[in-house]
Design a protein around this ligand. Structure first.
Ligand SMILES: [Zn+2]
Length: 186
């Protein structure tokens, strides 16, 4: 099931469209200085699922102020790219969330398919426990859940609690909720 989901180009299209609408909104607001924002995308080479991805995944949407004396960067939140990590957010959420839910054999197969190094996986788990729980994004988010989501059970506890009829819908919801953490201010 996870395998099929991660190979499904439609899921990636949906996530791209969400990123696009977040970016359009940011661009419409313009720069803090009042200047117009021009597209200045960051190149990206996401790992693990390259065959399922089209050219929209070769860049992260970003802008640069057109005013000569400003030139400020504006990188909107993303449901696709989790900061500078080389794996997509959807993989990081899914693989770390399923850490407890899969048999060791199936988990091993998924990790092998995605070519994730053990130390990378350990780093992601640390990222949830240390970086994410300390973020403004999580502090704003955790109050929305009653009873609270246990920080030590992230991201699986979050994935279980968000609305959605199936795993792809819940994953998408999760990625939308944690998107603020993908920008510098998050
Ligand atoms: Zn500006």
């Amino acid at each position: 099931m996870c395998h099929a989901f991660l190979s499904d180009a439609r899921c990636y299209d949906l996530l791209f469209r969400i990123d696009q609408s977040i970016a359009e909104e940011a661009q419409a607001k313009g720069c803090h200085c009042g200047g117009v924002l021009h597209s200045a995308r960051y190149p990206r080479k996401p790992r693990g699922v390259r065959r399922a991805l089209n050219a929209t995944y070769e860049t992260r949407l970003s802008f640069c102020c057109a005013e000569d004396d400003c030139r400020r960067r504006c990188t909107p939140p993303s449901v696709r790219f989790l900061g500078r990590k080389v794996y997509l957010g959807v993989i990081i959420v899914l693989v770390t969330a399923l850490h407890h839910g899969l048999t060791p054999k199936r988990r091993g197969q998924l990790i092998e398919m995605l070519e994730i190094a053990p130390q990378t996986l350990a780093r992601w788990r640390r990222w949830w426990r240390e970086t994410f729980v300390g973020s403004r994004c999580w502090r704003a988010l955790r109050g929305r859940f009653v009873p609270p989501v246990a920080a030590r059970e992230l991201p699986s506890a979050l994935l279980e609690r968000v609305a959605g009829e199936d795993l792809p819908e819940r994953l998408t919801q999760c990625l939308i909720l944690i998107a603020p953490v993908t920008t510098r201010s998050g």
